[in-house]
Design a protein around this ligand. Structure first.
Ligand code: 5GP
Length: 349
């Protein structure tokens, strides 16, 4: 047994220190980033925020709404080939440019994804996604997918430490997805005692990835737009959001009405609800590692996205970053023991 003594930080442990700036207004801030990749020869430019590949969030309807903002959606892996075909046939090139196709690491997933890419060559991104990216099988699977899709942008995860980021990049990933345990409907840390504070994971993993010309996605744990700014400030190239995008028209989930208020269910992908929905039951050897939450229904995701982007632009102006890309360079974190003054939260609608 070993103990690491240095302090690891989450979003709630820091604030970003303001810096002198020549920017006059947040409208001058450019949130678009232009990416080239380690293996794929594709380029992608857009706002590097990604709707999570959860079955409630990564929907075709989310793709349509978020692509208007130049934001990506990681489409969940439960759509049938027929549903993909219908969606692809009815979508413009621009919409398809904002899709990440998710897959697990089974042969069936691989077969299916090959068929999806036969339907369209416009889609650039693949996300190989497992809760625990530390297995040998994951590494060999990334190699297999890289060999077959030599020019796609491949994301793989989830991991939280630099050495595993390097291993996945060397195996063929362009981008590594980082986060174990920070998610809003995740109970991994409680159930297993395993995890890593997300901001430290970002700082350490982005350093490892950038050293090899790779990139990272910070996945999970953002609860407000300030957390997204901290993730980018810490070195994340992309930020993936689940909970912050839940409860909208574009999500999949029934709307429940209680005492004339509307709610929508949002659940973790390894919660009992998700496991019952997709595999019929929970296998005897595994426990649920996800929660179920009832979210007040919020209407169109457009309003939430505008709010997030406004917050992010404002973060950039506070530190004098004219481009989102400059945010990391201009970020100094200060460790704090307080965040929001919550005195009036009890009166909040
Ligand atoms: P959020 O933005 O809601 O904080 O985090 C979203 C992320 O939580 C997802 O992208 C995924 O990585 C993770 N996640 C989703 N469902 C589950 C679950 O059931 N268990 C765990 N451990 N993580 C989950």
């Amino acid at each position: 047994m070993r103990i690491e003594e240095d302090i690891k930080l989450g979003f709630k442990d820091v604030l970003i220190r303001p810096k002198r700036s020549t920017l006059k207004s947040r409208s001058q801030v450019d949130l678009i980033r232009r990416f080239s990749f380690k293996y794929s020869s594709s380029f992608w430019s857009g706002i590097p925020i990604i709707a999570a590949n959860m079955d409630t969030i990564g929907t075709f309807s989310m793709v349509r709404s978020l692509s208007k903002f130049n934001i990506l959606t990681a489409v969940h892996k439960y759509y049938s080939l027929q549903e993909w075909e219908k969606f692809i046939n009815s979508s413009s090139k621009d919409v398809l440019n904002h899709i990440i196709v998710s897959m697990g690491i089974s042969n069936a997933d691989f077969l299916k994804i090959k068929k999806i890419f036969l339907l369209s060559s416009e889609i650039k991104y693949i996300c190989i996604d497992v809760a625990n990216g530390y297995s040998e099988h994951m590494v060999s699977f990334v190699k297999l997918v890289r060999n077959f899709f030599s020019d796609k942008i491949i994301c793989a995860g989830n991991v939280v430490t630099g050495e595993m980021v390097e291993e996945l990049i060397l195996a063929g990933a362009d981008i590594v997805k980082v986060g174990i345990g920070p998610g809003s409907v995740c109970t991994t840390r409680v159930k297993t005692g395993v995890g890593y504070p997300q901001l430290s994971a970002i700082i350490e993993c982005s350093d490892a990835a950038h050293g090899l010309d790779g990139q990272i996605i910070s996945d999970g744990g953002c609860t407000v737009s300030g957390d997204i700014a901290k993730a980018f400030g810490g070195g994340a190239d992309f930020v993936m959001l689940g909970g912050m995008l839940s409860g909208h028209n574009e999500c999949s989930g029934d709307i429940i009405e209680e005492k004339s208020k509307k709610y929508m269910l949002f659940y973790g992908m390894s919660s009992i609800v998700a496991m019952n929905r997709h595999s019929g039951e929970i296998a005897g050897y595994r426990a649920s590692e996800g929660k179920v939450a009832k979210i007040p229904f919020r209407g169109s995701v457009d309003v939430t996205i505008r709010d997030i982007l406004g917050g992010l632009r404002s973060s950039c102006t506070y530190v004098g970053a004219q481009k989102l890309k400059e945010l990391t360079k201009r970020t100094t974190f200060i460790r704090v023991s307080e965040q929001e003054n919550s005195i009036f939260n009890m009166f909040k609608e």
